[in-house]
Design a protein around this ligand. Structure first.
Ligand code: OGA
Ligand code: NI
Length: 350
């Protein structure tokens, strides 16, 4: 394919070279979590995490406790799945009602992404709102979809996701401590967690100058833990000046990023950064994110402990499940309007 289907074409200001300065000396921090075993170093680690959350909303971790063989098993089985003919893959296709399984038509900010994905919720079934209507308190259950082949995909994913969830809560504790809060401060928000686990495959693309693997976006979640392979392509926008930086692949590291919930809870002290994925003409790329999401009925709004008369709440709250449902609907198809963003809930628009 030489020509690119026009649904994939990004507006000029969003393409890979816009506002991107290659070979910048500054890098996203890589934090070695084995340092937590040294009581004298724990406070330093917490301070480094806090600093990264404030300046970038992104950092990487190594020696994080998610076993390499669990990750490699997912990588191997999922590759077998993605290599199947499309007719096979769409037998477990995501639909507008049950947003799990295989999908190859995702839109981010109304442009199609150059990727295919496989999604599953961490809880099976998961409890989610039955509609986007704020008045409707109905809920429903969603069950994951698994292909018949490869038959070990489910087990590999479930095992990896259990490790990822454990690390996500560990990081959440460290982030709470970095904010001067008790380490369990956020724990109650996850009783019916809607966390989900995704595998992204970005095939080689004939026009990486025009299309993106994922267009610029902020994640709506609490925290993301992303395993990326050695190909590279993830870029993040620096908070201070909006310049895009690459997230360098580090062997066996996980890329951690804060989502909108954390930004709201901390009243903008911590940052949920815009990021995007650049593709290339020759190499496919895999990434495996685990998104930590609260229970559907959690009210996401600035924490009382973190606001004051001097630092009044910058957002009205929203019910997590409703926000997520509205957002997901707009990811599914081009709606000719920008999809719902947390900025829509800002008390003062900037
Ligand atoms: C995402 C995302 C980045 C990547 O799935 O939300 O930003 O490197 N992925 O795949
Ligand atoms: Ni993302």
């Amino acid at each position: 394919m030489k020509d690119l289907d026009p649904t994939y074409i990004q507006a000029p200001e969003h393409r890979r070279d816009s506002n991107f300065i290659p070979n910048q000396p500054e890098e996203i921090r890589v934090i070695d979590l084995s340092r937590l075993d040294d009581p004298e170093d724990v406070q330093n680690v917490i301070a480094e995490i806090g600093d990264a959350c404030e300046k970038w909303g992104f950092f990487q971790v190594i020696n994080h406790g998610v076993p390499l063989d669990a990750r490699q098993r997912v990588e191997k089985t999922v590759k077998t799945f993605f290599d199947l003919p499309r007719e096979e893959k769409i037998k477990v296709k995501r639909d507008e009602v049950n947003q799990v399984g295989y999908h190859d038509g995702e839109h981010t900010t109304n442009v199609k992404d150059w990727k295919e994905v496989f999604d599953m919720y961490f809880k099976n079934p998961v409890v989610i709102p039955s509609s986007t209507d704020p008045e409707d308190e109905g809920i429903r259950l969603v069950y994951n979809k698994w292909p018949q082949f490869p038959s070990d995909l489910r087990e590999a994913c479930e095992e990896y996701a259990r490790h990822a969830e454990k690390l996500a809560f560990k990081l959440l504790e460290l982030i709470s401590l970095s904010l001067g809060l008790p380490k369990e401060r956020f724990r109650d928000y996850f009783k019916e967690q809607m966390s989900f686990f995704r595998i992204n495959r970005y095939p080689p693309c004939p026009r990486p100058d025009l299309a993106l693997g994922v267009g610029h976006h902020k994640d709506p979640d609490v925290l993301g833990l992303l395993a990326q392979d050695e190909v590279g392509g993830l870029q993040v926008r620096r908070r201070s000046d909006g310049v895009w930086f690459p997230i360098r692949p580090v062997p066996n590291a996980l890329v951690i990023n804060l989502g909108n919930c954390m930004e709201l809870w901390t009243n903008d002290k911590y940052w949920s950064a815009e990021h995007r994925v650049v593709v290339n003409t020759t190499r496919e790329r895999y990434s495996i994110p685990f998104f930590l999401l609260p229970s559907h009925d959690v009210e996401v709004k600035p924490l009382e402990e973190l606001v004051s008369p001097k630092n009044p709440p910058r957002y009205k709250g929203y019910k997590w499940g409703k926000f997520y449902a509205s957002r997901n609907r707009s990811n599914f198809q081009n709606q000719d309007i920008e999809n719902i963003q947390t900025d829509d809930f800002k008390v003062v628009k900037e």
